[in-house]
Design a protein around this ligand. Sequence first.
Ligand SMILES: Cc1cc2nc3c(=O)[nH]c(=O)nc-3n(C[C@H](O)[C@H](O)[C@H](O)COP(=O)(O)OP(=O)(O)OC[C@H]3O[C@@H](n4cnc5c(N)ncnc54)[C@H](O)[C@@H]3O)c2cc1C
Length: 493
Amino acid sequence: MADIHRRAHEARAHDLIVIGSGPAGRRAAIQAAKLGKRVLVVEQGRRVGGVSVHTGTIPSKTLRETVLNLSGWRERGFYGAAYRVKQDIGAADLLKRLRITLDHEVEILEHQFARNGVDTVCGSARFTDPHQVEIVRDDGETVVAAADSFIIAVGTRPYRPAHIAFDGRRVLDSDEVLDLQAIPRQLTVIGASVIGVEYASIFSALDIKVTLLEPTERLLPFVDHELADEFRHDLRDRGVMLRFGCKVASAYADAGGRCVVETEDGREVASDMVLFAAGRVGAVDTLGLEACGLEADSRGRLAVDPATFRTAAPHIFAAGDVIGFPSLASTSMEQGRIAACHAFGEPAQAPPEFFPYGIYSVPEISTIGLTEEQARERGIPYECGVARFRETSRGHIMGLASGFLKMIFAIETRRLLGVHIVGEGATELIHIGQAVVNLEGTLDYFVENTFNYPTLAEAYKIAALDAWNRLPKRQPSTVVVAARLEAARRSAV
Ligand SMILES: Cc1cc2nc3c(=O)[nH]c(=O)nc-3n(C[C@H](O)[C@H](O)[C@H](O)COP(=O)(O)OP(=O)(O)OC[C@H]3O[C@@H](n4cnc5c(N)ncnc54)[C@H](O)[C@@H]3O)c2cc1C
């Protein structure tokens, strides 16, 4: 570490300084190192990994897995709703697996940096001029580092509005929920966006009484409506109370330890714990952006050229959640890699238009490509094919009562336009659809190919055959007819 500090002092000791070690920063740093560049990653957290490893993606997914395993959720289709693997699940049970997983993730990351010769320094970076940052370390010492290029990958932090009385124990944001001291009996979640929906459904799988408040009239508006309706029905069926059009006026824990959420229309929702999951803001306030001529918008987001991730300052790039939508670890990694290539004049393709979206609720949701609503908006004549997981043998074996896969095909070209899945394994299954959508494949791929049996992936074939039943039957084109006649003539000779 001492060597790194000495080198960081030297003017332009590095070709690239990456601020933030989340998915975008980490991928950018490794890419630049693979191009033979000297890279310094500055991370203000105690350990590398970013929101993704410490408070976002990995912890929430580990929590989900723990809840599903300990509660016996996946087996209840067979053994009934009362089935449990562990009777009394406490906060310590949930956190144990979390720590082990996170330690492992950090270890892998540190090893990756070391293997690729990436320098890291622990501290908060702030631009002092367009080519230099000042790094304030935990111990108070200040280090100065300079480079030709920079990648800002500082991510986001939870939005904490003044009307919510956060106390870190009972009224929590989505970072604090991972330090849970006790499992509540009743939970109110404010915000039915991806994070809110994930936590609401995970806690509901623990038989906690969950109320989900959402100011708009829809759950996950970007998801295909049929899928979102099925999911909403599933949540209600499990006893999750959904309240739409519900604007929150205040939330606080009263002296008796009861949590109260007051809505603008004068209603009150009482519970043991409140989770505020309505938005995040870019972590740019301490970056000293003015020193390098950049400005963020009101939600702390930086504008970039979408093909190269270059900001208004030509040598400074930004990637990951700090540039806004889609704010996923998966897309952030790709953005970081592409930004690092452009920083050093290496060719890098812009990512394809369609990328998979995974929502790790219980049950999972995953989508790629156009929704039915988008196909209609674009004026594309389409037909849908649907398969329920209970129609597959694998679904029977697993005891799946719910879950379905829906595919959307263009009538004219038979091309696959979109795949939408809700149910067990959705976030893995989607990649079959992703390949066919992005390789511009058609319905015939699914009809003509053999799938492993019994699998949930078989749902693709069932859904394709369902669409095939409704699609206009294709007349062979004149080219195909001519080719067939020619083949027949040759074999006759
Ligand atoms: C609860 C939750 C669940 C999620 N689940 C998923 C999921 O299932 N799948 C998915 O794809 N995405 C998921 N996400 C989103 C995902 O975590 C983010 O898209 C991803 O972490 C963004 O990566 P990033 O590199 O932009 O920044 P981050 O991961 O936010 O990392 C930024 C880093 O920069 C550091 N930093 C900030 N300012 C400075 C500074 N001035 N100096 C030095 N360091 C600084 C921070 O300490 C942080 O470590 C989830 C997010 C949350 C909150």
